[in-house]
Design a protein around this ligand. Sequence first.
Ligand SMILES: Cc1cc2nc3c(=O)[nH]c(=O)nc-3n(C[C@H](O)[C@H](O)[C@H](O)COP(=O)(O)OP(=O)(O)OC[C@H]3O[C@@H](n4cnc5c(N)ncnc54)[C@H](O)[C@@H]3O)c2cc1C
Length: 500
Amino acid sequence: MPSLQFTAESSSNDMGERAPLIFDVIIAGCGPTGAMLAAELRLHEVRVLVLEKETEPASFVRIVGLHIRSIELMEMRGLLGRILEHGRRRPAGGFFAAIATLPPEGLDSAHAYLLGIPQPVLVHLLEQRAIEIGAQVRRGCAVTGVEQDDDGVTVELADGEQLRSRYLVGCDGGRSTVRKLLGVGFPGEPSRTETLMGEMEVGVPHEEIAATVAGIGETTRRWWLRPFGAGVYQVVVPAAGVSDRATPPTLEDFRQQLRTLAGTDFEVHSPRWLSRFGDATRLAERYRVGRVLLAGDAAHIHPPIGGQGLNLGVQDAFNLGWKLAAQIRGWAPEALLDTYQAERHPVAEDVLDNTRAQMELLSTEPGPQAVRRLLTELMDFDEVNRLLIEKITAIDIRYDVGEGPDLLGRRLPDIVVRQGHLYGLLHRGRGLLLDRTERLTVGGWSDRVDYVADPTAALDVPCVLLRPDGHVAWIGDDQQDLDDHLSRWFGRPTELPQRD
Ligand SMILES: Cc1cc2nc3c(=O)[nH]c(=O)nc-3n(C[C@H](O)[C@H](O)[C@H](O)COP(=O)(O)OP(=O)(O)OC[C@H]3O[C@@H](n4cnc5c(N)ncnc54)[C@H](O)[C@@H]3O)c2cc1C
């Protein structure tokens, strides 16, 4: 992929006036979702401008976990190596409602772990990648106005400057200006409970903490101290009674809460970061209004329990990127872009639901506590544990791409193929036909879809057609049927398929 820097077109209209700059896609917000989307679009040489309202990257360090599916996506684009240099691998289990469990045996992934990494570092790496391959990022530019017509979108910035693009994607977080300007509803539940979360060191031995926490934990679930490596603990305590929402929490707030809950503050000190969050849960009614789309927290918010928000946003970007690029490159079949909402809205609904369930399980009321005890017992069953972990790590997702074997619509794991690892063949963000019969061809779609013949590939079906996001779009061994599906996902062939 060449590292392209482009200059936005400008042109004159009939009156000789200078028309605003033209981009293919403007992305509002350079968080993880916006940065990932910019990189995905650049794989297809779409002219991308990212507008970020903050002048400097966020300094607020929040350690997030990349779950299995997100780690796989990074591997699919050749980014995992550089991300691993800055992250720590942790076991993939124990996320659901913070119920301590080991991951089940044999999770079907080459990357069955959690990757803990500071969010600003991850965002920096994604942004750097997007810039390397030609995205433009402008900081200190808040989007304040949006107007669309048949040909494009006019985006107005806080200083009155107007920019024009063919599409706009709002990746501008939970309080999304773009969503509000579109008038898209954001129904759900407001925040009821505020929580403090931070990472800090402690002044007492681990055994003492473990014994104290075990003794009290049963009755007040909404707090914990968990070792997070290198002498650092993650501390979660209720925010009730502590300052107000507008004021950032202090270490003293944590100490006070710990003393109230546990009778000791464990001599916490040297905080890495401190934050406060609520449990509002909301989902945008629509992900697309004409030429404007929403992704990431702009489309859905939920409490951070289970660590899924960033993962969900990055995966939205991965689903949307190739479809929007196809639309811009002119080969998108009709309705391809609408599959973005059709596929991702239900996934977000499911994540919102599982976080609602997890929040209930953290309640200190006797009923939820009893359900929690029951679920803890049930999680000893491998199938229950597996179901919950596959849900949180998003490897259970099956898009509705039609009737067929269970694999259809699911992601294909990073299987070994003759040419190396499957994901190593997906770096360019193109479709891929993996053909065990060695009889089929991608014919007139070869400019969009790669062909790999390998009779030894670890598949129990003859051939699979993979979309650029690694999901299985077709299974079979019949060329005509394949051509129909190539048309369905990749549009018209550039030339008629050649037949013997
Ligand atoms: C305490 C806590 C812990 C968390 N832990 C995890 C975890 O472990 N795993 C996980 O997956 N998720 C976690 N999350 C959630 C995660 O941080 C978010 O889901 C994630 O940041 C969403 O990414 P985003 O890019 O969609 O939005 P954001 O990160 O909110 O980025 C939006 C960007 O848009 C910019 N912006 C806003 N308005 C405008 C505008 N008008 N014009 C231009 N730019 C604008 C903002 O400055 C920002 O840079 C956690 C959240 C919290 C609060």
